[in-house]
Design a protein around this ligand. Structure first.
Ligand SMILES: [Fe+2]
Length: 308
């Protein structure tokens, strides 16, 4: 029933420019492009926001990078709220999208040279425990500062043949206050397999914090389908970086379900609370059904049944 991470919501300053940027990365398929009130956004702020929302997919996506992106440009008030102050990486709140790519070095260099992305971490190779899975990674920032990780799981999956390219979303990272509590919560949403666990500070991120370097405890868990999750606990915790809904940068994500109604029934039986009502929007000839969940740290997380 639960199908892993379906999409990550990313706040942008200009949706047309964002379609150009993320289209250049390969997310060229626009599943819907909606402008209007966004039901559910009132759960995370003083009032319901009006926004332009585009759900985009990468036709090169494979099972190891299957998720989509939801670009959000808040239109009312003063426009998109700013990115949270003090966000290095791993504070409470969504902090990155991670794309699966073939050829990390080549894709990183092309994003910087041709799309105007800013390099945040030069490409490097490593491996993660406990299963010694090797990987290549790099980070760039999108035009509004949102962090984009690129990963090739060389010890897990070497991609389909072909030229260097970014594929779909592999995982989402977000900060939590208690890794064990979050792991239990997301196990109920289908994230049962541990890919790695690390308690060492990831040194290439040292320049991202505007304060003394925190300790980092991160895990990544996967469902059988969809993208994975990467909860991280910082010590000390650092500022609350959830920000307002729709703020610039990666700010929310959704877990795919085959049926929203039966997923909500199952979660209710397990004591998982839904925030407000399930929502239904008509979008471009299809239906967008979703419901926000009471996540342990108040991160913006929904279930989505995609009929578009
Ligand atoms: Fe990551």
């Amino acid at each position: 029933m639960f199908q892993g991470v379906d999409h990550i919501g990313v706040g942008v300053g200009d949706l047309d420019a964002a379609l150009g940027f993320y289209g250049g990365i390969g997310f060229s398929q626009v599943l819907f492009d909606y402008t209007g009130e966004v039901p559910g956004s009132e759960l995370f702020g003083p009032s319901r926001r009006r926004a332009r929302v585009a759900m985009i997919a990468n036709p090169s996506a494979t099972p190891v990078g299957p998720a989509r992106l939801k670009l959000v440009q808040v239109l009312d008030g003063d426009g998109p709220p700013p990115a949270p102050a003090g966000q290095g990486w791993g504070e409470i709140g969504v902090c990155e999208i991670c794309l699966h790519v073939r050829g990390v070095q080549a894709v990183h260099d092309r994003l910087v040279a041709e799309l105007g992305a800013r390099s945040l971490m030069a490409p490097l190779s490593g491996s993660v425990m406990p299963n010694d899975v090797s990987l290549d990674i790099a980070y760039v920032a999108d035009p509004w500062g949102g962090k984009i990780e690129m990963i090739e799981w060389t010890g897990l999956w070497r991609s389909l043949p072909g030229p260097p390219r970014a594929e779909g979303v592999n995982h989402v990272a977000f900060g939590v206050a208690d890794v064990a509590r979050s792991r239990r919560f997301y196990e109920r949403l289908g994230f049962g397999e541990l890919l790695f666990e690390s308690t060492e500070f990831f040194e290439p991120m040292a320049g991202w914090y505007d304060r003394d370097l925190p300790g980092q405890h991160m895990i990544m868990t996967m469902a059988a389908q969809g993208a994975g999750i990467e909860p991280c606990r910082l010590t000390p915790l650092g500022p609350d970086c959830r920000g307002e809904w729709g703020r610039l940068g990666p700010m929310e994500f959704a877990v795919g379900v085959s049926s929203l109604a039966s997923a909500l029934r199952e979660l209710a039986a397990q004591g998982v609370q839904v925030l407000g009502e399930p929502r239904l929007l008509e979008v471009g000839g299809g239906e967008w059904r979703y419901a926000y969940l009471a996540e342990p740290d108040g991160n913006y997380v929904s279930l989505v049944e995609a009929r578009y």
